[in-house]
Design a protein around this ligand. Structure first.
Ligand code: 3PG
Ligand code: MG
Length: 378
């Protein structure tokens, strides 16, 4: 991976205006009638850069998207809760209103990008987790002002690139989550690079079905079944051999539910749905993880928001933490799971980006990184 432009080359920033693209798309929840940030990981991760820029004498303005307001002003997606949290953590950084209130952002409109960076001397992209989006705030500023990669973005890229180029072996990749359509590409790439690819979560039922196993009414996408079968035939892709779940229609979610959890052997009968990996699978996945020297993990093993189906995800998190491997975890869900178990420090690297880290692993680059490298000011 060719190197990204660094802001260190700019020297003193006394009296200079710096626009920093961050990703403060954080979870929020209603607390006494007001939205509050419930996880400030992405905000905290930018504080070192802000403090450094302020110390160099710059005036610092940050900008972010927040949710998906679809190009219209929508107060529910105001950055106000994020701004309050930022102000509690750090003085002297201004945060612009949600970039996605303007349709020009997602349309990558050059005029919107130019207006955004107008009056600024420099631009820094510190939003690795949004750099897979070819949106105006990511793509246009590097064409107009001297631009650089923020320290977190640079570190995330270096970590992921290093892991893919020369992983210590055995290299075990763990891919979970609900959507086989979104994750199959990365499984294919990792099947080439890793010694073992563990597949769990809702996406695994399409793999199981491709072996002729019964999956009841578990998540399933017929379009991808042939590709799943091919991956399994090529070897070293490990899928669940048993499951835990519920009868159809039984409620599940953050509040749990009254219905008994059912364990399924290889086949899930009609009328039932798999929601987590089973005990035999946990043992098999543990055995595959234990000898690993490098682990890349993205996506939960089950519907972990319901504590009854968090068993698999927690077991895998603990196995990764205990393995002693260099471990990289990405994806909002996986990271949230680690925090639930107090394990975030047990991993070597926690990526801020879910979709972005997947796309980087799959394609080896991101539009936002290309924009920085191709800036005419380099
Ligand atoms: C994220 O939280 O995944 C990133 O901020 C990207 O958000 P998006 O998927 O709405 O583009
Ligand atoms: Mg996302």
């Amino acid at each position: 991976m060719p190197s990204l432009p660094s802001y260190e080359r700019w020297g003193s920033l006394a009296g200079r205006r710096v626009l920093v693209r961050v990703d403060f798309n954080t979870p929020v929840a209603d607390v006494n009638g007001r939205l509050e940030v419930t996880d400030d990981f992405r905000i905290r991760s930018c504080l070192p850069l802000f403090l450094e820029l302020l110390e160099l004498g710059a005036s610092v303005v940050a900008c972010t998207h927040f949710g998906r307001p679809k190009g219209r002003v929508d107060e529910r997606y105001s950055v106000e809760p994020v701004r309050r949290r930022l102000n509690e953590l750090c003085d002297g950084v201004e945060l612009l209103e949600n970039l996605r209130f303007n349709p020009g952002e997602e349309a990558n409109d050059p005029a919107f990008g130019a207006a955004l960076v107008d009056g600024f001397d420099y631009y820094i992209n510190e939003a690795f987790s949004a750099s897979h989006r070819a949106h105006a705030s990511i793509m246009i500023p590097p064409t107009l002002v001297p631009s650089a990669a923020g320290p977190n973005l640079a570190r995330e890229v270096a970590t992921l690139a290093g892991l893919l180029e020369s992983p210590a072996r055995p290299f075990v990749a763990i891919v979970g989550g609900a959507k086989v359509a979104e994750k199959l590409g990365i499984v294919k790439v990792l099947a080439q690079k890793a010694d073992t690819v563990i597949v769990g979560g809702g996406m695994a039922y399409t793999f199981a079905s491709s072996q002729g196993r019964g999956i009841g009414s578990s998540l399933y996408n017929a379009d991808f079944e042939p590709q799943c079968a091919q991956l399994l035939a090529a070897g070293h892709v490990l899928i669940p051999s048993d499951a835990r779940g519920l009868a159809n229609g039984a409620p599940f979610g953050p509040e749990g539910g009254p219905d008994p959890v059912v364990e399924f052997a290889a086949d899930i009968p009609d009328g039932f749905e798999g929601l987590d990996i089973g005990p035999e699978t946990i043992e098999a996945f543990r055995a595959a993880i234990a000898p690993a020297a490098t682990i890349l993990w993205n996506g939960p093993m089950g519907v972990f928001e319901d504590s009854r189906f968090a068993v698999g995800t927690e077991a895998i998190a603990r196995a990764v933490a205990a393995s002693g491997a260099v471990s990289v975890v990405g994806g909002g869900d996986s990271v949230a799971a680690l925090k639930n178990y107090g394990l975030e420090d047990a991993f070597s690297f926690v990526s801020t980006g879910g979709g972005a880290s997947l796309e980087f692993v799959e394609l080896g680059d991101l539009p936002g990184l290309v924009a920085l490298r191709e800036s005419p000011f380099n």
